[in-house]
Design a protein around this ligand. Structure first.
Ligand code: SF4
Length: 373
């Protein structure tokens, strides 16, 4: 349930799932919905991959996934895991040896479909390696790579085929007494993905990894993900998410957090409420917000800031934010603190001033939180 249960129309009731661990990050149960991304460097480029993992972690990623396509990548993975500030998921396709190597290299989780890595003996070996190295598994069903017998049975990728594929992989893990798994049923089509996720959410209590695969570029992929993941999260489905964008992994993390923030499911950093601006604006809202977004990236404390062009909506929005600025006349506007009009500030000094006020408020909130713990 969201923190806003005093307002019932904001409640989201999360599906009850088992909790597993991905390294030191709990996934499922009542754990915060974890945000993931994936590196797009060559895994053998250890320095480049570590830099990307660190940038993603700095932007808020809880978990990062890395492809392990060959033996050299398994070797590189060991060094990357050692330097990574967050748990690493190894992405494995078909090669059972890579799964074993990745578990040995310290991966916190293997993304692998046990039905696709060969005979029973090989499956058992990978599962044993995962067990021996405290490694969880993500079953990753994808509409684009469904098993042949399911495509023959259903004629095309459909929600039922995806759920059945997921349950078949789950059965293999359970038959081997392995229960530290989560599951995803991704498709690039929002409707197919959403229906498959609803089906799998009913059929198992495993934690669910949400994603719309191959969602597209920054703008189109963000919208597609916000609609697909947003709807599922609103229904209470999803324990960890990855937004797939043809863009920098840091952008994926930012979009993931924005989706969770919009639904009140997680809070991180400054939530800026700003108007689109119009002829009434008392200062350049668009340029100011762009600048403030950059200048406030370092703030991790959850808090709110309203930047509103004029008094039509400014005072009302400022009422509900920690810090606010509303444009006025004669080159200055009003600064609001904790919802109350505080003091006037000239437009040309307001960006520096707002950054200072936000930093001050963040320190105050952090201190209050520490005192309460
Ligand atoms: S708050 Fe004022 S400046 Fe902003 S869009 Fe509305 S009327 Fe225009």
């Amino acid at each position: 349930m969201s923190l806003n249960h005093v307002r019932p129309w904001r409640d989201i009731y999360r599906r009850k799932s088992r909790q597993i661990m991905v390294g030191n990050v709990p996934v499922g149960g009542d754990a915060p919905i974890a945000v993931q991304t994936m590196t797009n460097t060559l895994t053998t480029d250890v320095a480049g991959t570590i830099a990307q993992v660190q940038a993603a972690a700095e932007a808020g990623a809880d978990i990062v996934r890395i492809s392990v396509p060959d033996e050299a990548s398994s070797k590189a993975l060991k060094e990357i895991v050692r330097e990574s500030p967050v748990p690493i998921v190894a992405d494995i396709h078909f090669h059972y040896r890579r799964g074993i190597e990745a578990a040995e290299a310290g991966a916190a989780c293997l993304r692998i479909n046990p039905g696709n890595i060969g005979d029973e003996k090989r499956v058992k070996e990978v599962i044993k390696a995962a067990q021996d190295h405290n490694c969880s598994i993500r079953i990753g069903v994808n509409a684009g790579s469904l098993e042949k017998h399911l495509l023959e049975k259903y004629g095309e990728p459909c929600p039922e085929a995806m759920v059945e594929s997921g349950l078949e992989h789950i059965r293999i893990l359970q038959d081997n007494d392995f229960h530290e798994f989560k599951i995803s049923v991704k498709a690039s089509d929002v409707f197919l993905s959403a229906a498959a996720y609803q089906g799998i959410a009913e059929a198992t209590d495993a934690p669910i990894h949400l994603g719309i695969t191959e969602a597209g570029g920054l703008v189109s992929g963000t919208i597609k993900s916000a609609i697909g993941l947003g709807n599922l999260l609103w229904m209470g489905i999803g324990d960890t998410i990855r937004v797939s964008l043809s863009a920098d992994p840091v952008e994926e993390v930012k979009v993931g957090f924005e989706i969770l923030k919009s639904l009140g499911l997680r809070h991180r950093g400054v939530n800026i409420i700003s108007c689109p601006s119009c002829a009434r604006q008392g200062f350049n809202v668009i340029k100011t917000v762009e600048e403030l977004e950059k200048r406030l990236e370092h703030i991790k404390t959850p808090m709110s800031l309203s930047i509103i062009g004029c008094v039509v909506n400014g005072p009302g929005e400022a009422l509900m934010t920690d810090v606010g600025f509303t444009g006025g006349g004669a080159g200055s506007g009003m600064v609001y603190l904790a919802g109350k009009a505080s003091h006037k500030m000239s437009n040309d000094q307001m960006i520096d001033h707002i950054v200072e006020e936000v930093e001050k408020k963040a320190a105050e909130l952090d201190a209050a939180k520490e005192a309460a713990e």
